[in-house]
Ligand binder design. Sequence first.
Ligand SMILES: [Zn+2]
Ligand SMILES: [Zn+2]
Length: 490
Amino acid sequence: MQIRNGSLLSSLRAVGRKSVHGAHKAFHSGKKVADALTRLPLVELINKQLNSDSSAPSATIKTVKDERQKSTDLSTHSADVTFEGSLTAEEEQLAKELAFKRAPINWVPAAFLVATPIAAALITPWYLATHKVSAPVWLTFAAVGVWTGLSITAGYHRLMSHRAYKAHPVVRNFFLVGATLAVQGSAFDWCSGHRTHHRHVDDRMDDPYSAKRGFWFSHIGWMLRNYPSGNFDYKNIPDLTKDKVLQIQHKYYGAWVVVANVGLIGAIGWLIGDVWGTLLLAGLVRLVINHHFTFFINSLCHMVGTRPYTDTNTARDNFLLAIPTWGEGYHNYHHFFQYDYRNGVKWWQYDPTKWLIAALAKVGLASDLRTVDDTTIKHAEVNMMFKRAQNKIAKISNDEGLITDSNLSRSLQNFRDRVHFEYQLFNDTVKEWQALKAKTIQLKKEQFAERLHEADEALKDQYQMIEKRILEHNHNLKQAFKEISFKTAG
Ligand SMILES: [Zn+2]
Ligand SMILES: [Zn+2]
């Protein structure tokens, strides 16, 4: 619907443009955004409505639309401005940013997330100084810690969010109890939020724990307030919402959390003769540690580390973070190949979750482990290396690709020539590889089921040849990097 409108609307549009311009400036000044936004004229308009009705973020946008609609209704003159009857993208963006600023506190999670670390920090030193903690209590602390940690990584994350493998119901439910002990939300909430994170990674508006909003927000801040990006509608988890067991976990989540963390841990404490010590260490302290190591994946693992597979998002590979997170630290790989049951994909990378899943498969408790083939992984790595090499060359070259600084060493010029030469060959290899993949699909379509095996055999050699060539490009590029003492990942 198009509405011709008069001067009132024109001025409103001007106000909107001013607001958007101001907001752009504000975005760049980080922390000052909230204050700057408050001063904007369009925001005043929104604020006026918000003060009379502190409603949800979607209502904020609706309010602005209503306000504009009212203006068009009042307008009787046609004018030179054409109005679509809805907010421009920038205005919606601005209204959303304001909704972030005004997000109400999420009282229950906020109180829990603030109180638990404070309680653990205050009570634990006193308790350890005044009580003797028996070996079984320490053992329970360690065992529940492993159970909780792996239930999040192998359960909520790789099994339920990414469907990277299939698990026997016994394993699935064992992980579900462990994940309930972790108090990180129901499976519906966790997995829906996580799939949204992958889909909109780094988006300030739609990634629920966007690292672009800084360390605090991506670590814990996103849970403390009811941000627009934190409202999940579960449309992205149809496979989980039809699961009866998960429905029960979600419906009575609060009760299950108490049963697991107080009932179950307390019962174990009673069995080993120290209820309070077990509740404190295997309950509270274990909970806080597990919380913050998991949160580090959303915060630090999007800030510190290398990007060997892609630089299209902020996710990093970080070996140090893989240690306390059961292998989840290889987050750059994970964001690029999210359906792989491995995060640390190299055989030598520390990924106990991957080892657990592989072991479960060996004894028949897990199946259909999904992996990305080696050639695809190597291709991503080599591609990234070329990208880094080209960035380096771009820094020392002019528009025609010529090295302008005569002081630059001969070895750098050689490096550039070698990278260019290798890149041509690499592109040829990739083209051949793509053609081979297309041929494979075609062959599989044409062949009868019993002859598929023959077709596979015929193509196997060609695939091996491509893999060998990609490995050669990898070797040559690494060699060129070595000669100029340039790191292969960054
Ligand atoms: Zn991530
Ligand atoms: Zn993931």
